[in-house]
Design a binder for this molecule. Structure first.
Ligand code: FES
Length: 86
């Protein structure tokens, strides 16, 4: 189980640690703002903000953005902001 902070909402998903974040966002959480383009961190279609920094979710393992301590209500590490669906 991986706990994510997506647009200020905690979301839990079952996924292997090395699953690309993009797949989890689109397939498991049905958040279709980030798009699949090249899959090689080149085009930016899958970009999300993680702790205020742009990241290519197609090459970001989901476990790398898990909340550090999901039991802490104030924990905000790994906060993601997604683009709206086009
Ligand atoms: S899909 Fe092109 S950078 Fe991720």
């Amino acid at each position: 189980m991986v706990t994510l902070n997506v647009n200020g909402v905690r979301r839990e998903v079952k996924a292997p640690d090395d699953t690309p974040l993009l797949y989890v966002l689109r397939n498991d959480l049905e958040l279709i703002g980030p798009q699949f383009g090249c899959g090689l961190a080149q085009c930016g279609a899958c970009s999300v903000l993680i702790d205020g920094k742009e990241a290519r979710s197609c090459v970001t393992p989901v476990a790398s953005v898990e909340l550090i301590d999901a039991s802490e209500p104030e924990a905000d590490a790994g906060e993601m902001v997604l683009p709206d669906a086009a």
